[in-house]
Ligand binder design. Structure first.
Ligand code: PLP
Length: 201
C-alpha cells in the first residue's frame, strides 16, 4: 500500500494476573523468527499466537512462554509480555532484544532496577538455566512486564512432562515492590524521576 491509515483504539483495562501466573512452555509453537516481524507490535504476530494460547489454557496455564525459533532453548517472551528474572546475587536478567518486542515496560523496569539494588542484565537465558537455577534457588523471582499487566509475578512453569515453581510459588518481594513503584509513577503518587509521564488530556 502507498497510503495507510493508522488507527488507535484506546480502552480502559482492568488489573489482572496480580496474584501470580503460570506459564506454559510451548515446544511446538514459536512466536518470531529472525528476519520476521517479532519486534513490531503488528497484528499478524498475535493471530499466530492464538493456537499456542489455547494450548496453554488446555494445560491449565495462563499464558505461553515462547522459546527461540532456532531451537536453541532460549527464553524469549510471553504472548504480550516480556520476561524478567531476579537472581540471588542481585541481578535483574531479561532476554536481549532481537526477535522479541521492545516493550516500554521492559525498558522502564531495566531503568528502575538500580534503584531497587538490582544490576540490569540483557542476555540470552536458556530454559535449562531457568529450570536448574530455579530448583537450586539462585533464580528467586520471575515476572512478566507489559502495559496491560504492568509487572506480574510468574510463580510456576509447565511444559510437556515437567513443571517447576519459582521460589515458594508465591509472588516475589522485588516483583511486588517494582509493580507498586511503576503503578505509583503512573498514578502520580511517586516522583517521575525519569520524565516518563505526559499529559494527554
Ligand atoms: C505489548 C507487548 C509486550 C509489552 O510491551 P509494552 O510496551 O511494555 O506494553 C511484550 N511482548 C509482546 C509480544 C507484546 O505484544
Amino acid at each position: 500500500a502507498r497510503q495507510v491509515t493508522y488507527s488507535v483504539i484506546a480502552t480502559p483495562s482492568g488489573s489482572y494476573y496480580s496474584s501470580g501466573i503460570t506459564l506454559w512452555v510451548s515446544d511446538q509453537y514459536t512466536r518470531a523468527a529472525r528476519g520476521g516481524t517479532g519486534a513490531a507490535k503488528c497484528g499478524a504476530n498475535y493471530a499466530a499466537g492464538l493456537a499456542a494460547q489455547a494450548e496453554a489454557q488446555e494445560r491449565g496455564c495462563d499464558q505461553v512462554l515462547y522459546l527461540d525459533s532456532a531451537g536453541e532453548g532460549k527464553l524469549e517472551e510471553s504472548g504480550t509480555m516480556n520476561l524478567c528474572l531476579v537472581t540471588s546475587d542481585g541481578r535483574l536478567v531479561t532476554p536481549a532484544l532481537g526477535t522479541i518486542l521492545e516493550g516500554v515496560t521492559r525498558d522502564s523496569v531495566l531503568t528502575l532496577a538500580t534503584d531497587f539494588g538490582l544490576v540490569p542484565e540483557e542476555r540470552a537465558v536458556t530454559l535449562d538455566e531457568l529450570r536448574s537455577r530455579a530448583q537450586e534457588g539462585t533464580i528467586t523471582e520471575v515476572f512478566a512486564v507489559g502495559t496491560a499487566v504492568v509487572v506480574t509475578p510468574v510463580v510456576a512453569f509447565k511444559g510437556d512432562g515437567y513443571e517447576f515453581a519459582i521460589g515458594n510459588g508465591t509472588p516475589g518481594k522485588q516483583t511486588m515492590a517494582l509493580r507498586e513503584h511503576v503503578l505509583d509513577i503512573q498514578h502520580g503518587r511517586a516522583k517521575d524521576t525519569y520524565g516518563w509521564m505526559r499529559r494527554v488530556i
